[in-house]
Design a protein around this ligand. Structure first.
Ligand code: MSP
Length: 499
């Protein structure tokens, strides 16, 4: 059985989760579920990034100890993932003992390999980004992301000899041993090498809320360096070698463009220095705006996924976020169109198809009929599967989702044309045949929906009476056309009540 290890970034918990975090996590869940459906041994990891001055400051503002604050905020994230039906296999927290253990092991390894050295550091530090910035990056002396002047910092730090590994990292990216996707992200990464990349400091003297460096007093590990290691510690590095050997290297690190440099350059370099294989693929999707504007506290346009769930349900929210723009491209979330989209695609198109087919199916007389004239439907469904798979393989998950809804629309048009409500009065046999074909097509749609809308998928397949029988089947089996696979249908409640 092929293994598939997929990760999301671990999110900062200084504030509650928003639809930016939800977008990546839902996308990762879709890919994880698709791979499970194909029969892969999937390990899907997400978690929270809990150290550093930004979190310590937020805790202080909340009047809590850092750990207390982290416990509370980390739970806010994991509860949201439950509400969104995210099927992660584990949830890694950087304040956990297992993470600390792995990080210590990693740092000792870097030291023993001579990959770090100690030096004086002077620089401009942006707490919002949790990183040093160059003067060139600033706009009017301020960080362009946080509109704040960075702090001048001078301290003795440990540095990582990034320069020693750059050539090797670049070579592996160029020849796709480390695949950076989409192509625009690979181009962006290769462009970064040209700008000149400096050794970076991996420890902090002034920051107190962090993991202690095992071989020096009064310094903690730079939050980004230990955060990246969650991808190792989440699968056992430092405490469960068997599990680690099973799942590492990661098959896919998923994130947005904002943190591509850390993942595509720094992370592989650190891993090479520690004699660990770099990840196979890094996919950076677009960083989106909302109704054309950057999502920010000051603009007051941050959307809480919980609010969306209340209005559109779990699957409605998953759909509305993923359908907005092609996966991997820069995009805009048209929040002002959520209701319109929900009503058009979920209530009217998909919801309507399911309820009308189920209602008409009650009039079938001969369930055991060997329906011969469903060839046209079979072809349409087969071609949808083909496009669906192709899009998944290319990480085009929005296109795969659109493919399902094209099929749904086509079936609605087909029903309008065939007018089964008239046919049942004139030609029962032909009606039965038509309906058995439609039920079978609906079964295929139910499965295609599984990675995207797991709850809806299950509801449809249960109405068709095939869920229990098929949930453990291989996709190859599921995809076979068989007009007699649907046996005991049971009409259910409306899937998507209009909003
Ligand atoms: N803690 C670091 C990541 C460490 S991973 C080893 C971090 N956290 S974060 O909370 O800021 O999350 C950034 C990620 O959240 C993005 O890479 C992306 O996955 C998601 N997004 C946040 N806002 C987003 C958009 N506006 N658009 C798309 N994705 C967004 O960086």
């Amino acid at each position: 059985m092929a293994k598939f290890y997929i990760t999301t970034p671990i999110y900062y918990i200084n504030d509650k989760a928003h639809i930016g975090h939800a977008y990546t996590t839902i996308a990762a869940d879709v890919l994880a579920r698709f791979h499970r459906m194909r029969g892969d041994d999937v390990f899907f990891l997400t978690g929270t990034d809990e150290h550093g001055s930004k979190i310590a400051a937020a805790a202080e503002q909340a009047g809590k100890s850092p750990q207390e604050f982290c416990d509370q905020m980390s739970a806010v994230f994991s509860e949201l993932w439950d509400a969104l039906n995210i099927s992660n296999n584990d949830f890694i927290r950087t304040t956990s003992e297992r993470h600390k253990k792995g990080v210590e092991k990693f740092l000792l390894k870097l030291k023993s390999k001579g990959a770090i050295y100690s030096a004086e550091y002077k620089g401009l530090y942006c707490t919002g980004c949790e990183r040093f910035m160059t003067a060139k990056e600033l706009v009017d002396g301020k960080c362009p992301f946080h509109q704040k002047r960075p702090e001048k910092i001078s301290e003795k730090n440990y540095f990582f000899k990034l320069k020693d590994y750059l050539e090797e990292v670049k070579k592996r990216i160029v020849n796709d041993e480390i695949k950076i996707l989409p192509a625009t992200a690979k181009k962006e990464t290769l462009g970064l090498f040209k700008q000149g990349l400096k050794d970076f400091s991996i420890s902090r003297e002034k920051v107190k809320w962090g993991i202690k460096i095992p071989f020096v007093k009064n310094q903690v590990v730079y939050v980004w360096v230990e955060a990246l290691q969650n991808y190792l510690t989440g699968v056992g590095y430092g405490y469960n070698e068997k599990k680690f050997d099973r799942f590492w290297p990661a098959d896919l690190h998923l994130m947005a463009r904002d943190i591509l440099k850390f993942h595509a350059i720094y992370w592989p370099a650190l891993l090479l220095a520690a004699d660990i294989q770099p990840p196979k693929t890094i996919f950076a999707h677009g960083f989106f705006t909302i109704n054309g504007q950057k999502m920010s506290k000051s603009l007051g346009n941050i959307i809480d996924p919980n609010e969306m769930i209340k209005k559109f349900g779990t699957d409605g929210t998953r759909y509305l976020l993923l359908v907005q723009f092609p996966f991997g491209e820069e995009g805009d979330i048209k929040a002002n169109k959520f209701t319109e989209l929900y009503n058009a695609f979920l209530a009217n198109n998909l919801g309507n198809l399911v309820s009308r087919v189920m209602k008409l199916a009650e009039k079938i007389k001969n369930q055991r009929l060997e329906a011969k004239n469903t060839g046209q439907l079979e072809k349409v469904v087969f071609s949808s599967w083909k496009n669906y798979d192709k899009n998944f393989i290319n990480f085009q998950i929005k296109k795969a989702l659109d493919e399902i809804f094209n099929l749904v629309s086509n079936l609605n048009v087909y029903i309008d044309r065939e007018e089964p409500w008239n046919l049942v009065k004139t030609d029962q046999k032909r009606f039965d045949e038509l309906m058995l074909g439609l039920l079978e097509a609906l079964r295929h749609i139910g499965w295609m929906l599984y990675p995207f809308m797991p709850e809806t998928s299950e509801k449809i397949l249960k109405q068709l009476g095939v869920w229990e029988k098929e949930k453990t089947k291989q996709l190859k089996e599921i995809k076979k056309w068989n007009v007699n696979s649907v046996k005991r249908i049971k009409k259910g409640k409306l899937l998507f009540p209009r909003v």
